[in-house]
Design a protein around this ligand. Structure first.
Ligand code: SF4
Ligand code: SF4
Length: 219
C-alpha cells in the first residue's frame, strides 16, 4: 500500500539491507501487544502469507474468510487482511495472554514490524518506523535475524515481484471501467489467494501463476 508520508518524519533516515544491524529488537515483546490491536486493515496478506495461514491452521481460503480474514480495497485492488475484533479491536490471532497464537506462521508484515519496506528501482530496502513500537529500550539486531524468514533471498525476490505485479494491476485498473476492475480483482483473488498451493514449493507455483497471469492480463 502506498503511504503519503515524508520518509524522514517516520524513520531514522536510514535504509537497511538484510545484513545490516537495526534497533528493532523489542525483546520478545514482553508485556506488550500494542501493535496487535487497533491496526484496522493494515495487516495485509500476500499470497505467501495466505499459504502459510492455510497450512498452519489446516483450512482453505473460505475457512479463513469465515473467522480470521476479510477483504478490503487498497489503491484499486482487493487485498485480504487479518481481522481485528471486539471492543479493543484485537487481532483475531491474539490469545488471552496477549501473545500471538500463530507466531510460527504469522504474516510477513508482523515479522517485519517495526520495520517497513521502502521500494526503489528493482527492489526494496528496509527502514525503521520510529513512532510505531512502544518499547523504548529496543536492542540492535541483524535485519535477517529479525525477519525470521527461511530462504530470505528468495522471499525478498518474491516480495519485489508481487509488489511489482500489484502495482501494474493498480495502474491497469486506473484505466478500466468499474465492471472490468471487478473482473480483474476477481481474477487476481482467485489465481493467487483462493486457489490452493498444492506443493511445498510455494515459489515455483507462484511464479508459474504469475507468468500465466501476466500473459492473460497482458501486463
Ligand atoms: S497475527 Fe500475530 S503478530 Fe500479527 S497482529 Fe495478529 S497477533 Fe499480532
Ligand atoms: S509495539 Fe513493539 S513491543 Fe509492543 S507488541 Fe508491537 S513490536 Fe512488540
Amino acid at each position: 500500500m502506498k503511504r503519503n508520508v515524508d520518509f524522514k518524519d517516520i524513520s531514522d533516515g536510514k535504509l537497511y539491507s538484510s545484513n545490516d544491524m537495526v534497533r528493532a529488537d523489542c525483546h520478545n515483546c514482553e508485556g506488550c501487544s500494542a501493535c496487535c490491536r487497533g491496526m484496522g486493515k493494515s495487516i495485509m496478506l500476500d499470497p505467501f502469507d495466505m499459504q502459510r495461514l492455510c497450512k498452519g491452521l489446516s483450512v482453505n481460503f473460505d475457512g479463513l474468510m469465515e473467522r480470521y480474514i476479510e477483504l478490503h480495497a487498497a489503491d484499486g485492488m482487493i487485498v485480504p487482511n487479518v481481522k481485528m475484533d471486539g471492543q479493543e479491536e484485537a487481532c483475531v490471532f491474539l490469545d488471552a495472554g496477549g501473545r500471538c497464537s500463530i507466531h510460527s506462521f504469522r504474516p510477513g508484515i508482523c515479522r517485519l514490524f517495526p520495520l517497513g519496506r521502502y521500494y526503489e528501482g528493482d527492489g526494496f530496502r528496509y527502514f525503521l518506523q520510529i513512532h510505531e513500537c512502544r518499547k523504548k529500550d529496543r536492542g540492535k539486531i541483524k535485519v535477517k535475524k529479525w525477519l525470521d524468514t527461511p530462504d530470505l533471498k528468495a522471499y525478498e525476490q518474491y516480495i519485489t515481484d508481487w509488489h511489482r505485479f500489484l502495482t501494474d494491476c493498480q495502474e491497469a485498473a486506473g484505466t478500466l471501467d468499474g465492471e472490468k476492475v471487478r473482473i480483474l480483482n476477481l481474477y487476481v483473488l482467485r489465481t493467487f489467494y483462493q486457489s490452493e498451493y498444492k506443493t511445498d514449493d510455494f515459489y515455483k507455483e507462484f511464479y508459474t501463476r504469475l507468468s500465466q497471469a501476466r500473459e492473460t492480463l497482458g501486463i
